[in-house]
Design a protein around this ligand. Structure first.
Ligand code: FES
Length: 146
């Protein structure tokens, strides 16, 4: 790659980072660059998978130990905000029991992240709904003794 093209791409990337940080804030920016908890979990106790109305799919995986979430992760083929929100949903799940997990909504995620632009708010709903599906499956399995 020529030095000129290399410089151009670096400058472009710098601009994108700057705009994202300005529009989304530090917490969201950090998760967009390097989302914690983004991996497919081997042998989860439960997982949820939802395809949102935008066409993007999210998976959330949960592992429990003594009634609380010991490990949570997510994957998505979606947009940057879906990575931010999926990461946040998994992070918020860790260390909590089912009753606390039930309280994690799209509003919770948006509040913790400090808000998202209007057009990205449905990404928080996708993350929260996927988490709730994983929780529902876990509780269903527990109830039926599987
Ligand atoms: Fe589909 Fe963000 S646009 S989850």
């Amino acid at each position: 790659m020529s030095d000129q093209l290399d410089d151009f791409l670096k400058e472009l990337q710098g601009q994108i980072y700057e705009e994202t940080l300005r529009d989304y804030g530090q917490k969201a920016f950090d998760r967009w660059i390097d989302p914690p908890c983004m991996y497919t979990m081997e042998n989860p106790d439960a997982n949820g998978r939802i395809t949102g109305s935008c066409g993007d799919t999210m998976d959330i995986f949960l592992k429990f130990k003594e009634g609380t979430v010991s490990e949570a992760s997510f994957t998505t083929d979606g947009c940057g905000p879906s990575m931010i929100c999926g990461s946040l949903a998994a992070e918020l799940a860790i260390g909590n029991d089912p009753e606390e997990l039930k309280k994690i909504t799209a509003e919770t995620i948006l509040e913790v992240i400090g808000g998202l632009p209007e057009e990205d708010q449905h990404c928080a709903s996708l993350a929260a709904n996927t988490l709730q599906m994983a929780l529902f499956r876990y509780l269903d399995q527990e109830a039926s003794g599987r």
